[in-house]
Design a protein around this ligand. Structure first.
Ligand code: MLT
Length: 326
């Protein structure tokens, strides 16, 4: 290569390197896409749209929420892991980010190394609900029906690795009885089937079940938290219903593709922290049985530490169940 060409290449590289901080300084210069790896209208979608609206106001840019469901959330996660690391494609996902690395052994993307963390968002309780004419009115009665009818019962979930799948794992382990599981692209379509009476049981987050429970459209047997929830004061905890080990909450976090500049993830974390103080978001979260995480958890480092610890927690649970997605 001639000396002139080499000097031109070095000058170009320098420009390119110099451009990175400038791009980060101008970020965001255009609308951002936030991928939700489950169907629209479900609990993850609900959290994402509330966060996206409030973050967009702080960033001065629209955040467009796009649903990419399937395979327990791994389809949408793959989309983001393989996107340009420029801060314009984000992932809002939940506890499935801790379980996919163990459940899925042949993913086309790195389920841990493929992402930069931005911050935790919220931790949502779950509820065990049934179709309105299910032949039980308490958790103890529901357990008796599960033990009697076994695989004749259809348990709906959003695919292997979804929160509804993990909740079902814990339930079937606690009652030591399998049921037939019916997967959907999210628990919004699963809820539609439950309301229509075409499936029997669903364990889903309060962000998708609170209003159905309070309107009497579904039966409810327990909340999966140590304490009762203020929007569902008459719903007993699993422990009160005689199944103390049936407890799970669903944490949600925000991610960007690996290699996204730290200046960009820091700016996003700052907008997330502002969003989590937004009175409209806080009030709507409370109506749906949840709350924003503490501000110090909505940071890249705190999120990554939490995610690493939760992945290590779920690995032996999944390995003991011996159920893998591939
Ligand atoms: C959803 O948003 O559809 C749910 O989070 C799916 C699941 O994880 O159960």
């Amino acid at each position: 290569m001639s000396r002139l060409a080499r000097r031109a290449l070095l000058a170009l590289a320098a420009t390119g390197l110099a451009a990175a901080p400038v791009a980060a300084q101008q970020y965001p210069a255009r609308p951002i896409t936030m991928i939700v790896p489950f169907a629209a209208g479900g609990p993850t979608d609900t959290v994402a749209r509330l966060a996206a609206e409030a973050m967009g106001r702080d960033l001065g840019q629209t955040i467009v929420v796009e649903n990419a469901g399937g395979a327990g959330g791994t389809i949408g996660a793959q989309r983001v892991a393989q996107a340009r690391p420029d801060g314009y494609t984000l992932l809002l996902h939940h506890i499935g980010m801790s379980t996919a690395p163990t459940l899925y052994r042949r993913l086309a993307y790195d389920p841990v190394g493929g992402f930069e963390t931005v911050g935790l968002v919220t931790e949502v309780p779950m509820t065990l609900v049934a179709r309105k004419d299910f032949p039980a009115n308490t958790l103890a009665e529901a357990i008796a029906v599960i033990r009697r009818d076994k695989e004749k019962l259809n348990y709906a979930n959003a695919g292997i690795g979804a929160a509804s799948h993990l909740c079902g794992l814990l339930l079937m382990k606690a009652v030591d009885t399998p049921m037939t599981t019916v997967p959907f692209r999210g628990t919004a379509p699963a809820m539609q089937e439950l309301l229509a009476g075409r499936v029997d049981l669903l364990c889903d987050q309060t962000t998708n079940t609170t209003e159905q429970i309070n309107s009497g459209a579904v039966k409810v047997f327990s909340v999966t938290t140590p304490q009762r929830l203020s929007p569902l004061p008459n719903v007993p905890t699993s422990a009160e219903g005689g199944l103390p080990e049936f407890q799970i909450t669903v944490w949600h976090g925000l991610y960007a593709p690996k290699g996204t500049p730290a200046a960009v993830t820091q700016r996003l974390s700052q907008a997330l922290q502002v969003a989590l103080r937004d009175p409209k978001l806080v009030a709507r979260f409370a109506e749906l049985g949840t709350a924003p995480v503490a501000q110090e958890m909505a940071t890249p480092d705190a999120h990554r530490r939490f995610w690493q610890a939760d992945t290590a927690k779920w690995r032996p649970i999944i390995q003991a169940a011996g159920q893998y997605a591939d």
